[in-house]
Write a protein that binds this ligand. Structure first.
Ligand code: GLU
Ligand code: MG
Length: 467
């Protein structure tokens, strides 16, 4: 389970001794450095590294890093809020030791996600991992709920030898085709081996629809661990690729047209060890709580996309009829509704039933995305919300009248619209707290300015290699 305790100056109980032992074991295995990883508000992974010998000191006192990265844009420009974006100040990065792994595809390195605290040892209100830990802890305290989550990862594999900035698919076989697996046989096998060595249980890896696109899905774990995994698996996919002359992109839109890379979230709510998404008396076996939770997510979707699909490139992906789920609709096992109910296989529903949220991509900070989806669901739960009529087939085919009758609306087609919906959403803003909520709006508005005057091809190019 996740360590839900906040970091403490001097170290969480037991952490320093554990870090000392770990650093000895890692050194003996040839590890020299530890990557301390977090994700910024724009969705870009940022890091510091320390020598393995400094692990115990990092566990005790953290490692310094500026808070300015909270308002970095994906192009490394800096925006400001009333409290963030200044060159002043410093934070301490505390590694989560229970997530520390030696990186198989990067010999000499280990990796750990971090929580960020102030120099005074207080929670940093801009820390997205701390935010998600808090949401999970509050749900447990207020509702007796626990969650299981997984983030699907889609990515495009290109040739490293491609002309600068360009994407040339490294596999040319058909979508979901046997040829692609043969073309990248060694790469995929090494990826599976690396995941296994790093304690990530993989459900599936398969060729996807778009040129050179693949997908990996991993087992569901508690939300903080799921977000950590999403970061670790992407680091691994990239590092293994490099050893094979390949370059990968997790951008929502590697190309301006066509199917993009999603980062669908699977989530289930549990109480006393029982999955609430099955065995109930509501549609498809949902319990009343699962229906209310799902209805809460549905109601907040337009605003949620400011967090779950945060990049100008996200809007290139969020187009109808591409399985990205761009309508405020839900359905059973349907791939065009934003919310897909996954009932699971007969005989295994108690463990498998879950809610899939599709308008999520890998430009999203996974901690913010999971925390906000859970906050939206809890809002529905507290209100005892109910779901409207379900949708089957592609909502894009519904006539205007029928769509209006069912409350099926297109999700924001521009980042401006998403930001406006987010600004108006007191529940999400309240869950994030003012510092993070303002960081989200400032960074999104900065991204909008950054692509001013660019056409779709220019936007795809600008974000192709940053995620
Ligand atoms: N690539 C699609 C997306 O952008 C998802 C395809 C699938 O259903 O796996 O979300
Ligand atoms: Mg897929």
């Amino acid at each position: 389970m996740t360590i839900l305790a906040d970091p403490l100056p001097g170290g969480r109980p037991g952490d320093v001794g554990r870090a000392r032992a770990l650093s000895g074991e890692l050194s003996a295995r040839g590890v020299h450095g530890i990557v301390l990883a977090y994700v910024d508000t724009a969705g870009v992974g940022r890091i510091k590294t320390v020598p393995v010998t400094a692990l115990a000191s990092a566990a005790a006192w953290g490692v310094g890093m500026s808070p300015v990265f909270d308002t970095f844009l994906a192009n490394d420009d800096i925006v400001t809020t009333d409290v963030l974006g200044s060159p002043d100040g410093d934070l301490r990065l505390y590694p989560a030791l229970d997530r520390l792994v030696a990186l198989t595809a990067q010999p000499g390195w280990a990796w750990a996600p971090v929580d960020r605290v102030t120099q005074d040892g207080e929670r940093h209100p801009g820390c997205s991992r701390t935010f998600l830990r808090r949401i999970v802890a509050d749900a447990s305290r207020a509702h007796g709920l626990a969650f299981k989550a997984a983030v699907e990862i889609e990515w495009a594999v290109g040739l490293d030898s491609a002309p600068a900035g360009e994407f040339v698919p490294a596999a040319t076989g058909p979508a979901y085709g046997a040829i692609r697996q043969v073309e990248l046989s060694e790469y995929l096998a090494e990826l599976l081996a690396a995941c296994a060595a790093q304690n990530v249980d993989v459900d599936q890896v398969h060729p996807e629809y778009a040129p050179g696109q693949f997908e990996i899905s991993v087992g569901a774990v508690d939300p903080v661990a799921a977000a950590d995994r999403s970061v670790l698996v992407r680091q691994t996919i990239r590092a293994v690729a490099r050893r094979h002359g390949l370059r990968v992109s997790f951008s929502p839109a590697v190309a301006a047209r066509g199917v993009g890379n999603g980062g669908h979230v699977h989530l289930s709510a549990w109480r006393d060890g029982v999955n609430l998404h099955t065995g109930g008396d509501r549609r498809y076996g949902m319990t009343a709580d699962a229906e209310a939770f799902t209805a809460g997510v549905l109601a907040h979707l337009p605003a949620l996309t400011a967090v779950t699909a945060p990049s100008p490139a996200s809007r290139l992906r969020l187009r109808p009829s591409q399985w990205a789920g761009v309508f405020t609709a839900w359905g059973l096992e349907t791939r065009e509704c934003a919310l897909r109910l996954v009932r699971g296989t007969a005989g295994r529903r108690a463990e498998q039933a879950n809610l899939e949220v599709k308008p999520v991509d890998l430009a999203a900070n996974p901690y913010l995305a999971l925390g906000c989806v859970i906050a939206a669901g809890l809002d529905g739960l507290a209100a005892g919300a109910t779901l409207p009529e379900e949708t089957t087939g592609d909502p894009a085919r519904l006539g205007a009248e029928e769509a209006a009758r069912r409350g099926v609306r297109r999700l924001p087609a521009s980042l401006d619209e998403a930001v406006a919906a987010f600004r108006a959403d007191a529940v999400l803003r309240g869950a994030l707290g003012p510092v993070l909520a303002d960081a989200v709006t400032a960074v999104r508005e900065g991204e909008i300015r950054a692509v001013d005057g660019l056409d779709d091809a220019g936007i795809a190019a600008a974000y192709r290699w940053v995620y």
